[in-house]
Design a protein around this ligand. Structure first.
Ligand code: PHE
Length: 360
């Protein structure tokens, strides 16, 4: 048995001097792995004489158990040592101030779009959308703007290349969100409806208050008994909530759009003093949107019976609303992608507009 004692001593020595879990695993494999030293000895038990086996088998089993136990003990020790080592180096001073982190900002157009959508949702409107490349029919004809109509010139339209042999007029980049009125009403169950359409529109124009791409919000309400007073009430409610001025006064000024009759442009009361604009007081008026009762010809173009249905529509510039509400002087700055500008005029992403919080 001297041999077994020696083997045991060897293992106990190497276990006690092992310094890592890897070392321990190597020792285990060397002794107890498939081809390990102790494993081979145990395999030989089968071929031993009965008398020899009786003595050796229990000793070998005992040796095996002892090695396993020692390895486990040492494992615990090493793990604990490792943890203590890490605790001593990996400390953290939780009282230190955090590094300044740069948080992105929400663009004023996104912010205002959300504000506007929130207000109209509360009034029972839902969102509709349409394509930015539009056919001549949807952008003009169906809206009662036939080819020779002077309004076509006012729009400074961008035309899309077309096949001259096709016989049909070229598509356009939509000049307003009004074509979505048509797309919505011509759908099955398109009326009655209450929809708003936020979206990009395009006109060839560029100065401090015009950019070739800008954002509009269209509104459309169709039912059997809607009148101009519903239009008036809706826009008043909207403007008061949006500009956060309780008694904001609106002026409906007679106007003309081919797709509404009668038509009105809407101004809000304001004052300009020392270059500062104040809404809701003063003697000036600021135009903010176009509106009117949907023209019967537009309803007919959508196969809606104009003897049965009627309603109102309005359209406003989202960018313009943003400029007015947040005092942003130049429309072009919206689209220049200057991060410093966004940092100044942008909004906290965690601050979601709601009418309960005054939208901010
Ligand atoms: N589409 C018109 C424009 O872009 C605005 C408008 C919409 C006017 C709906 C009346 C009704 O100028």
């Amino acid at each position: 048995m001297d041999d077994l004692d020696k083997i045991k001593q060897n293992y106990l020595n190497s276990i006690s001097t092992a310094s890592s879990l890897d070392d321990l695993e190597q020792i285990r494999i060397k002794g107890l792995g498939k081809k390990g030293e102790v494993t081979s000895l145990m395999k030989a038990i089968g071929s031993m004489e009965e008398s020899e086996r009786r003595v050796k088998a229990p000793k070998l089993n005992f040796l095996k158990t002892e090695i396993i136990e020692e390895i486990e003990k040492k494992k615990l020790l090493i793990t604990e040592e490792n943890i203590n080592k890490r605790i001593s180096v990996e400390w953290l001073d939780v009282s230190r101030p955090s590094r300044p982190s740069q948080m992105g900002k929400i663009h004023p157009i996104s912010q205002v779009t959300e504000e506007v959508v929130e207000i109209f949702s509360n009034l029972g409107f839902s969102i509709a959308e349409g394509p930015q490349i539009e056919s001549d029919w949807y952008n003009f004809d169906a809206l009662n703007i036939p080819p020779e109509h002077p309004a076509r010139q006012e729009f400074d339209t961008f035309y899309v290349d077309s096949n001259p042999d096709s016989g049909s007029p070229p598509h356009v980049l939509r000049t307003h969100t009004s074509p979505v009125q048509i797309r919505h009403m011509e759908k099955e169950n398109g009326v009655p409806c209450r929809i708003i359409v936020p979206g990009k529109v395009f006109r060839s124009d560029y100065d401090q208050t015009h950019t070739p791409m800008f954002n509009q919000l269209e509104g459309l309400a169709i039912d059997k008994d809607l009148t101009m007073s519903h239009l008036k009430w809706t826009l008043e409610e909207f403007c008061r909530a949006f500009f956060e001025v309780e008694d904001l006064e609106l002026r409906f000024r007679s106007s003309h759009f081919p797709f509404t009759e009668p038509s009105a442009e809407v101004d809000i009361r304001c004052s300009w003093e020392d270059g500062i604009l104040k809404l809701g007081q003063g003697e000036s008026w600021l135009e903010i949107l176009g509106s009117g009762m949907v023209h019967p010809k537009v309803l007919t173009a959508c196969n809606v019976d104009s003897n049965c249905y009627q309603g109102f529509a309005f359209g406003m510039g989202i960018d313009r609303l943003a400029m007015l509400k947040y005092g942003i002087p130049d429309l072009r700055s919206f689209f220049e992608g200057d991060v410093r500008w966004l940092d100044h005029y942008g909004f906290d992403p965690l601050n979601i507009p709601s009418t309960n919080s005054g939208l901010r």
